[in-house]
Design a protein around this ligand. Sequence first.
Ligand code: HEM
Length: 141
Amino acid sequence: ALNADDKAHVQAIWPSVASHPDQYGGEALYRMFVSSPQTKTYFPNFDMHKDSPQILAHGKKVVNALTEASKHMDDIDGALSKLSDLHAYDMRVDPGNFKILAHHILVTIATHFPDKFDCLTHQALDKFLAAVGTALTSKYR
Ligand code: HEM
């Protein structure tokens, strides 16, 4: 679970990410689609070019959901309950893909905010994204 230090580190860097949700969310998705092309199969009607309208719009949704989670770090499962239903029952996303997307979100943040991305911030974001992944895959069985 996230301790008080983790929460403070997430809250310190997240507003920077949340300030441009389409840009950073879109970059994370694009990195995922390029590096892990099997993830593209979940988005058959997306234009897969960098900064396509679909990638930017979906990136914005992902980052905004993470922003919501960042405001409820003591109850991430509850905050993302509806989203968890969608990913488990409607989209049936393989749970392994959440680790892959988390990795690309970390890389995106690290490249844009190198000064803020110190070791403890990295660790805190990793724990935060793992908790989100757990929440979004908790309905699978
Ligand atoms: C839809 C968030 C991970 C596949 C969505 C939506 C949000 C979201 C907010 C929109 C839901 C709605 O329309 O009400 C997240 C978050 C993730 C995550 C916060 C983890 C950090 C993933 C992963 C995949 C995935 C790893 C698959 C590789 C999808 C698909 C949709 C979707 C296919 C529907 C897209 C569409 O056609 O509009 N997700 N997601 N998600 N997500 Fe995720």
